[in-house]
Design a protein. Structure first.
Length: 295
């Protein structure tokens, strides 16, 4: 090993050590715990068992020992994936025109618009979630305005529903959709749009045939950036769901906390990790396909 290689290895050593201890180490502990037996009062008993993995999707009836699906867990999985996909879709529907608007402003004013997008990141997540809660609760701003205008006679129940989770997570993660789309649009040559209009293309054709294909990598990146944290969201479902609309993050916390079933919590955590890895693989393949098509 020459001096250059040795010096590079020494420079990389602290980062590799941190990655090994701070990332791989805890993950290995969770993996080991998922194959252990839960203790009577929390913790684990060091006896090998695959029961935790079995209980992720299946369960036995307490009285008849009959094998069946773990309906509660599967419902949480479905709710988490469904709301994460819907949040990514809603964030795209709001974020795409927002990013397009900012990218088409004069260069001097773009920084101001991006600052307005970034300001929510400077506020604590819990405070932002309580702000949404204040808007949609029964005595909140929206219901007060609706009643005052005579549109409804009683408050509309929005809080503690899947709708409240969708609105809350969209508000929280919307900047993660806008930023990568804006980064793609900022490099976009808008002379191509003018050329499309010169060839008698409609607005919809210009959007579908010219703009969207060229900014698609940013859309895919933004969708992943929204989808992945939504899957493991804890604070927003906990506050806006009120314990009625729990998601994967809440289910994992429930196993480690109140139910004290650490092996099942570890198995659920690794299941969530697998779902995230699948989403990232889809993103890598989609991004790679886009690069191949566009050179």
């Amino acid at each position: 090993m020459d001096a250059t290689t040795r010096s590079r290895a020494l420079l990389l050593a602290p980062a590799l050590f941190i990655l090994t201890v701070a990332a791989s180490g805890p993950l290995l502990i969770v993996f080991v715990y998922s194959f252990l037996t839960p203790g009577d009062y929390g913790g684990v008993v060091w006896d090998f068992s695959t029961q935790a993995w079995f209980n992720v999707i299946a369960e036995r009836d307490f009285f008849t020992e009959e094998l069946g699906w773990a309906d509660a867990h599967l419902a949480v999985f479905w709710r988490s994936i469904k709301l994460s996909l819907l949040t990514a879709l809603l964030s795209f529907l709001v974020g795409f025109p927002t990013a397009y608007f900012i990218a088409t402003r004069p260069r001097r004013s773009r920084d101001m618009w991006m600052l307005l997008i970034m300001i929510p990141f400077w506020t604590n997540l819990l405070i932002r979630t309580f702000a949404i809660m204040e808007l949609i609760r029964n005595e909140g701003t929206i219901n007060t305005v609706l009643i005052a205008m005579g549109l409804v006679t009683a408050p509309v129940q929005m809080l503690y529903t899947e709708f409240s989770l969708l609105v809350g997570m969209t508000y929280v993660y919307l900047p993660l959709m806008i930023l990568p789309i804006y980064a793609s649009m900022e490099r976009f040559d808008f002379r191509l749009v003018e050329a499309g209009y010169d060839l008698y293309a409609s607005r919809w054709q210009v959007l579908r045939r010219i703009i969207f294909p060229l900014v698609k990598p940013g859309v895919i990146a933004g969708s992943i950036l929204v989808f992945v944290p939504c899957l493991g969201a804890y604070v927003t479902p906990r506050v806006l769901g009120g314990g009625k609309q729990i998601m994967l993050g809440n289910l994992i916390e429930l196993q480690f906390g109140q139910l004290r079933n650490w092996p099942l919590g570890a198995a659920l955590s690794l299941t969530l990790l697998v779902i995230v890895m699948v989403a990232l693989l889809i993103y890598v393949r989609a991004a790679g396909g886009e690069e191949a098509r566009h050179g």
